[in-house]
Structures are given as C-alpha cells and as structure tokens.
Design a protein around this ligand. Structure first.
Ligand SMILES: Cc1ncc(COP(=O)(O)O)c(C=O)c1O
Length: 419
C-alpha cells in the first residue's frame, strides 16, 4: 500500500486532487455539503509527491517528532477523558478548510463565514450571529456588549465558567460585580435561587443587577427548559438581560431536554462552542439580535478578535455542526457515559453529580483515592485522565472504555491494571 493511501481515506478528493492545485468548482456555500465537490488539477499527477510533500512539511513543522497523519483518526483524543476540548478535527474538516473562501471577515466579505453566521442564526431562531475565537471570547464579548457603565452586577451560578475560569474578565472588561447563586437542589439553579441574588433596588447603596448569565449544560447537568423559561420570564418582567453560556448547549439538546430554538428563545444572547464536543479545531459563536451583534462585532474588534481570512476556521466549524451535532454523534457518547457510570457503581463507587449528558463525575474522595493516584493509574494503560471528572466525547470508543474499566478495577478492587 502506497504511503498516500495509508495517509488519506480512499474517497478523499484530496487524494484525487494531488497537492499542487485545488480548483473549487461552483461551491454553494449556503448548502450543507456531504462530500467534497472540488476538482483539482495537478501539475505532476503523482500522489506519492503529495505524501512526500506532507512528510517534508511535517519534518519542518515539528522536527518529524509527530506522525504526519493527524486528520484521518482522532489520535490521542480517543484515549483522552480530560475534556471534550481534546477532540481532534476530521478529514472532512480538512477538506472544508481546503475548499473555503478566503476573503476578509473584518469587512464581512467572506462567504463561508457569513454563511456560517446565517446558518447558526437559523438553527437557533435568532436574528443573527457573530463568530468568535473561543468560548471565553464569546461570553466576554457578549456580556460586554450588553452592559453599559457601572454600577452593575451580573448574577451567575457559583460553579459557572464566567466566574471561575475566565480570568476575571467580567470585572476587568465590564467593571461588573458578580453575585453568585447556589442551586438549592444541588444540581441546577431555580428562579427562587436566582431571585435571592438579584438586586432590583434603585437604592444607591446597592449594585443593581443588569444581567443574569446561566450555563447549560453545567458540569454536564442540564438546566431544564421549564426552569429556564421561569427565570427568563421573570428577568424580562424586570428588564434584566439574559445571557447563556451554551458552550455545551448542543449536549442538552442532543439529550432531548429541549430544542435549540426553545432554549435560545429564553435568552438575549447565547454563546455556543464549536471546538468542544463538536470537534472543530477553533471557534465559538454568539447569537442574538442585529443591534446586539453589531455592538458585539465592535467589542470583538477592540480586543483583537477581528479576523481576516476567517473562512479557514469557519469552514471547519460548519462541518462540526453538520457532522457531529446534526449528524447525531453526541447521543452515543451520552450512552457511553451512562455505561461508564454503571461500571463505577457496579464496583461500589459513588458519583458526585448526576450523569445526564457527556460527563461522569466519579467521587474519588469517597472511594479514598487521590486525583493524582487515579491519573497515574490511567497513565499506566495509556489513558489521559484529569481526576474524577470524565468527559466522554464522540471520539472516545470502546477500547478506551475497556481500559477505563481496568483502571476502575485497579483503584476500587486493588487489582492490577493489565488491559
Ligand atoms: C462551559 C464553558 N464555557 C466556556 C468555556 C470557554 O471556552 P474556551 O476554552 O474556548 O475559551 C468553557 C471551556 O471549557 C466551558 O467549559
């Protein structure tokens, strides 16, 4: 078998295309494309030349320390339970990248990017959307775009990403006070929990709440649609803006908790990630009204997030939504998560959170195991673990689950890991 046929799937048009020159014929960017319709001309017609070229390039890029074929299989991601950010982009994403338009997005000229924004607006039932580089950028740009000048407070869950993991951006970029909500049921915040932390008073001693930021899923837990609607109705009656960190809203929707449109109707803005469970290499998007997105575009520019040839990343993001979310790949990882939770329980382990989507929280402390001990046991069989939180993404397969079972045996029953 030639080097190149090992490198790329047989059906890939890139194999047929040869390396030298890809000519994209009448690409209809507003249509989901199931296969590559590009034709190419090659000045030498040799596929082995492509292999040689890629090998040389890989040698140049990483001193030959990593295999060249990083697109047609998940690579280490198939054994990485640390996070769904570890998913790797696919061959179809590479094909989309090579077929993308390459116009300037600061001037809003790039069809691939404009079409992605229109596609996501349609999918979520919102007026428009704006591509951003990361989930953090999505949340921060959205919150900054909504808020005017202090004094103002933002109400959010005490476990939320915007509070714990966004480098204090709400304080530094918006000058806002964050007020933390504890879910009284231990899982998701209710209207009553939110009301306790929301400041409606106009008394000058207080810091009025201008925005409520929810997260769904949060630690893999679903915020039920009915509760979302209660909070949203009350917030709107009180002129409070609703933002959703929906980095993993895809997972809630895939689990059947509600539709994208129903959830998004509860919010003035939503940030959705392409590069977590969906597997795109880069990017997130914020959705909302036209005036909101116009202002968000301005804020995005002010922090250096205006992109030039954005099609290179938006093409892959489009494929991620089509193949992974619309293609129905998330449900399988939810089933695997249930299986993993059962494996742990069968061995006497306890869970720290309910398993509703793609995360399993093993209560290591209750089992008398340290995070480090668990991580080390995983390393012995080639698994990457980050402690008790296991994130099951669509590139995790049965082989990784079997290895994990061995790790569970080792830590819970004192058996030696040998799988
Ligand atoms: C719920 C949630 N929101 C936002 C983010 C931020 O995304 P990014 O890492 O792309 O900035 C993350 C990252 O893991 C997340 O889990």
């Amino acid at each position: 078998m030639s080097y190149i046929s090992r490198l790329l799937p047989r059906s890939s048009s890139i194999v047929k295309a040869g390396w030298i020159h890809l000519r994209v014929n009448s690409v209809r960017l507003n249509q989901p494309r199931r296969c590559i319709s590009s034709r190419a001309t090659s000045t030498n017609g040799s596929t082995s030349r492509l292999g040689e070229h890629m090998e040389n390039e890989a040698q140049h890029l990483n001193n030959g320390t990593v295999p060249v074929d990083n697109w047609s299989h998940p690579g280490p991601a198939a054994f990485d339970f640390r996070s769904d950010v570890m998913t790797t982009p696919t061959m179809r994403m590479l094909s989309a990248i090579s077929s993308t338009t390459l116009l300037d997005d600061v001037y809003q000229l790039d069809p691939t990017t404009n079409n992605l924004e229109a596609f996501i607006a349609e999918l979520t039932g919102k007026e428009t959307s704006l591509f951003v580089l990361s989930g953090t950028m999505g949340n921060q740009v959205a919150i900054r775009a909504h808020l005017q000048g202090p004094p103002h407070s933002v109400v959010t869950d005490h476990r939320s990403h915007i509070w714990k993991y966004e480098a204090g951006g709400v304080a530094s970029l918006c000058g806002a006070l964050i007020r933390l909500v504890e879910p009284s049921n231990g899982d998701f915040v209710t209207l009553e929990d939110v009301q306790k932390q929301t400041v409606l008073s106009t008394n000058v001693h207080y810091c009025p709440t201008k925005l409520i930021s929810l997260e769904n899923t949060l630690d893999g837990i679903i915020l039920p649609l009915a509760e979302c609607r209660r909070i949203s109705t009350w917030a709107r009656e009180n002129d409070i803006i609703m933002h959703l960190d929906g980095a993993r809203l895809w997972e809630a929707v895939a689990s059947g908790a509600g539709s994208l449109k129903d959830y998004c109707a509860c919010f003035d803005s939503i940030s959705l990630c392409f590069s977590k469970g969906l597997g795109a290499p880069i990017g997130s998007i914020i959705v909302g009204t036209q005036p909101f997105c116009d202002r968000a575009r301005w804020i995005r520019k002010s922090i250096g997030g205006g992109l030039r040839q954005a099609g290179v990343v938006t093409a892959a993001a489009r494929v991620a939504v089509e193949d992974t979310f619309l293609g129905g790949k998330l449900q399988a990882s939810h089933l695997r998560a249930q299986r993993i939770a059962q494996m742990w329980r069968d061995r006497g382990g306890k869970l720290a959170n309910p398993v509703q989507t793609n995360m399993v929280w093993l209560d290591l402390e209750a089992a008398g195991i340290t995070d480090e001990g668990f991580v080390e046991e995983g390393e012995k069989v080639g698994l990457m673990l980050g402690g008790g939180r296991l994130v099951i993404h669509y590139q995790i397969g049965d082989e990784a689950v079997m290895k994990l079972e061995g790790v569970m045996d080792a830590v819970l029953k004192g058996k030696k890991t040998n799988r």
